[in-house]
Design a protein around this ligand. Structure first.
Ligand SMILES: [Fe+2]
Ligand SMILES: [Fe+2]
Length: 310
């Protein structure tokens, strides 16, 4: 019986448990992070960026057996909570076009990155070519909708929020810095959420979340590495200050705390069990720990090598 892998070996989070308490879930999260957010993986994703500058190619998804997605593939998480997280995630993912075009404008100082994120526009502002980031991200909302429909038999349309538009000050570099940090923080938030959801699923449902997580890890890594190259002299304190600081004139632009509060609201955080909350916080911490180890290997020479020749 060659290809009858037991469900235990098929599960992407190393091991399934019949019940899932704090320690089991934490073990699954840890093995997912060790596998998908390994330092070598992060290097690989960043080294891919100059290749994508030269010849943009969307990362292909593996085939997914959508028909088999069912509620019994949810582990250790109330199905209703899972559904409200799906809704929260799709409301945060959409409308991707708005996000890419705002980011493209902040990136005008870096044409290659601007193209990667937001494509190219003509003289009258018409979109001539999609950015790679948009091509990959625009698959996310439909995938979440498909999961939702498969689990509930109901159709759903995401709320289309209005995206904060491009609001430049007289300091383009500072604008880019603030915008970029915010962008990285959103990709990081999405990465952690999808990894956490992978730890609470199995089968085809987990397969979809794996693709979403891999896309977010890919983008987060590229934005982060590019950010470190563009702003080499920023310490941890500076980052923290920028993220938390609410300058009144900048309030309309990027306020991480506001974004987080909105996200937690849409994810129906109040209905989560204590174990759910603690394991999500663990995911955030352990992922950041891993990113920080990788960050410390991003020497100026390495980044120079990567980006200068291109
Ligand atoms: Fe996404
Ligand atoms: Fe993303």
């Amino acid at each position: 019986m060659l290809n009858t892998l037991s469900p235990i070996t098929e599960d992407l989070a190393s091991q399934s448990y019949p019940s899932s308490h704090y320690l089991q879930t934490q073990h699954r999260i840890r093995s997912l992070i060790d596998k998908y957010i390994a330092v070598e993986k992060l290097h690989d994703r960043l080294q891919d960026l100059p290749i994508q500058f030269a010849n943009p190619q969307p990362r292909p998804w593996k085939p997914i057996d959508w028909q088999t997605i069912s509620r019994n593939q949810i582990i250790g998480l109330d199905a209703e909570v899972f559904l409200s997280i799906l809704i929260g995630a799709m409301d945060t993912e959409a409308p991707i076009r708005g996000y890419t075009q705002t980011s493209r404008q902040y990136l005008e100082l870096h044409p290659q990155m601007a193209r990667f994120v937001g494509g190219t526009v003509g003289k009258d502002g018409e979109l001539l070519e999609l950015g790679l980031w948009e091509k990959e991200e625009r698959q996310h909302t439909p995938a979440l909708i498909k999961i939702y429909t498969q689990l509930t038999g109901e159709k759903i349309t995401p709320k289309l929020r209005t995206v904060r538009s491009y609001l430049p000050t007289d300091d383009a570099k500072e604008d880019l810095y603030r915008h970029g940090l915010h962008r990285i923080a959103t990709e990081y938030g999405a990465t952690c959420l999808y990894i956490w959801l992978m730890a609470h699923t199995t089968g085809a449902l987990q397969d979809v979340l794996e693709e979403l997580a891999q896309d977010e890890i890919n983008h987060m890594t590229k934005f982060w590495g590019f950010g470190v190259w563009t702003f080499p002299d920023t310490g941890l304190m500076g980052i923290g200050r920028t993220l938390i600081k609410t300058r009144s004139q900048n309030y309309q632009r990027n306020n991480l705390m506001r974004t987080l509060r909105r996200m937690m609201g849409t994810l129906n955080w109040n209905a989560w069990s204590l174990t759910n909350k603690t394991t999500l916080l663990f995911t955030f911490t352990y992922t950041m720990h891993r990113l920080w180890s990788w960050n410390n290997t991003l020497t100026p020479e390495y980044l120079q090598d990567l980006f200068e020749t291109n």
